[in-house]
Design a protein around this ligand. Sequence first.
Ligand SMILES: Nc1ncnc2c1ncn2[C@@H]1O[C@H](COP(=O)(O)OP(=O)(O)OP(=O)(O)O)[C@@H](O)[C@H]1O
Length: 322
Amino acid sequence: MSIATTSNTPNPGALSGALGVSAKGVSRHFGAVHAVEHVDFRAPAGKVTALIGPNGAGKTTLLLMLASLLKPDSGTITIDGLDPAQDRAAVRLRIGWMPDTLGVWESLTAREILVQMARFYRLPAARIPQRVADLLELVRLDTLADQPARVLSRGQQQRLSLARALVHDPSVLLLDEPASGLDPGSRVELRKLLRSLAGEGKAVVVSSHVLSELDEIADGAVFVNQGRTVKQQTIEEAALAGRRYAVTALDSEALMAKLRELGVEFRVEAGRRPAVTLLLTHDAGAAALLSELVTSGIGVVSFAPATGALEETYMNLETEQR
Ligand SMILES: Nc1ncnc2c1ncn2[C@@H]1O[C@H](COP(=O)(O)OP(=O)(O)OP(=O)(O)O)[C@@H](O)[C@H]1O
């Protein structure tokens, strides 16, 4: 189901060639804490961009500034080519914001909350009931639509929060830890939904430090740490850098001897059955090594990626910065 409305032309008045989100040299401090320092960030239309960093890296502060909810001390931000400082109302219409905690009127029902949000965004009254029904179905809250928001579980509240962010069909979505609290099935649905929203031409920004699923969701990533941009890369670039595979065998000593003979560098990870992990730069190399091990008589029990491509970059950055 498409969740686009026809009421809201996504980018009227926007500067051509600058769709999506752009931040240059953006800084913000709180007293002595430099939460964000000279950050550059780009999230193009039609793509999912992950904002990745450890706790306290400045992700939420940056998202709040991108959402025009917090003023930067310095630097420039544009949303679809518009400057939030000068065109706040136009920018707000383009932005769907999903905070990391819902913060709603708890006595209102999910449906009432969405109706109220639709009114705030001045959707035509006659279209609101259907729009709200579509969104409730999209986030699988139709059966709970008339329950007060306070009885919703954390995961259900997250889904309501996402529906709320989508109510006015924004062209830019800023989602702070959207998968937090979702069960595995809901995470898969979220993944599909974010991909389809990007497919409709929206710029989707997802902040997270849960990296395992981001390879499947994101087209690119911006890594931040201690308030600074430390790396930007596409998923293809991350994949080319290689990732770690974990291998276990019935006889670990025989496996390690074979890897030494083949000149493959590895390290041993402790566990119930010791695993060796090794860095492989492409899938064909992984397939060739597995075949070699098996034909040499090594009883390979498991052979699988131990990290995602983005996770590998993140872990390497962490190591570099320690
Ligand atoms: N309103 C505030 N007042 C004072 N310090 C703040 C405020 N908001 C954020 N900070 C500080 O700024 C830094 C960045 O915080 P921020 O919430 O942006 O990080 P984050 O990357 O979103 O972290 P997490 O992954 O834990 O949510 C932290 O050191 C935090 O303590």
